[in-house]
Design a protein around this ligand. Structure first.
Ligand code: GLN
Length: 231
C-alpha cells in the first residue's frame, strides 16, 4: 500500500478525519479531533470523502442526518467507504447511524450500517432524557479517573455481534463499543472538555494507517512472496 500523500514516510501519521457536517454538534468534534493531533475537516459532499482516513458521525438527530445524507448525495459513497473498511466513530445519533439494526426508529428511518449491533433509540426513557454518569471505559479510563459522560436522549446497544467489544456500560447496557476499525458511544464526549475518547479514536486511526504503511516493508522481507496487509 502506498502512503497517502499527506503522510510523509517516517513521520507519525497525521490522520485526516472528517466530521459529517449535515446536522449536530460538528464544531465540538472538529475541535476535539484537532486537539488530539488530527487534521479535522467538515464533510458534506461526496467529493469531500475521497481523501479521508476516517470519519466521525456526530450526535444530533438520526432521522434528520438520514434525510440530509440523501439530499447531499453523501449517503451511498459514505456507505461504500464504510464497507471498504474506513475507520469511523459515531456518538449518540452517530452510533445509531453506524448500527446495522435500529429499534424504536421511525418506520422510514435508515442507518448507514457497518457496525454489527442492534441499538435502541431514545432507550433511557423520557424521565431521564438527559443525564450524566461516571463511566469506566476499557482501554480509555483508569479506576481513579472515570469518564464523566453526558447522555442526551441517548440510545443503548441492545445486542452486539461476536466481533464487537463492549468498552463500557450504563444502567446495565453497553454504551461504548468497538471493532478493529469502528467506535461508537451513546454519550457525547465532545462536550465537557475530556478528550480521552477522541484521543483513543485518533490512535485507532493511526494504528490502521501504520498497519497499511508497514505492509510493503513486511512483504519485501519475505522470500515467499507478498502476504495480505492484515488490517
Ligand atoms: N435521540 C436522537 C436520535 O434518535 C439522538 C440524540 C443525540 O444525538 N443526542 O437520533
Amino acid at each position: 500500500m502506498t502512503a497517502p500523500a499527506h503522510l510523509a514516510p517516517g513521520e507519525p501519521p497525521t490522520p485526516r478525519i472528517g466530521v459529517l457536517a449535515l446536522q449536530g454538534d460538528v464544531r465540538e468534534h472538529l475541535a476535539a479531533l484537532s486537539r488530539c493531533g488530527a487534521d479535522a475537516v467538515p464533510v458534506r459532499r461526496p467529493g469531500e470523502l475521497v481523501d479521508l482516513d476516517a470519519i466521525v458521525l456526530p450526535g444530533g438527530e438520526s432521522t434528520t442526518i438520514d434525510k440530509l445524507s440523501v439530499i447531499f448525495e453523501v449517503r451511498e459513497p459514505l456507505i461504500a467507504r464504510l464497507r471498504a473498511g474506513m475507520p469511523a466513530y459515531g456518538s449518540c445519533a452517530g452510533m445509531i447511524m453506524l448500527a446495522d439494526r435500529v429499534l424504536d426508529g421511525r418506520p422510514d428511518q435508515r442507518s448507514f450500517g457497518g457496525l454489527d449491533v442492534t441499538v435502541r433509540r431514545n432507550a433511557f426513557g423520557r424521565q431521564v432524557d438527559s443525564f450524566e454518569d461516571d463511566l469506566q471505559l476499557d482501554g480509555i479510563t483508569g479506576p481513579a479517573a472515570p469518564f464523566h459522560a453526558i447522555f442526551i436522549r441517548a440510545p443503548w446497544v441492545e445486542a452486539a455481534g461476536p466481533g464487537v467489544r463492549v468498552l463500557g456500560t450504563a444502567a446495565g447496557h453497553p454504551v461504548a463499543v468497538e471493532t478493529d476499525t469502528l467506535l461508537a458511544t451513546s454519550f457525547h464526549p465532545e462536550v465537557g472538555g475530556d478528550d480521552r475518547v477522541h484521543a483513543y479514536f485518533v490512535a485507532k486511526v493511526r494504528a490502521t494507517l501504520l498497519a497499511g504503511l508497514r505492509a510493503p516493508a513486511e512483504d519485501a522481507d519475505r522470500a515467499d512472496g507478498p502476504v495480505p496487509a492484515g488490517r
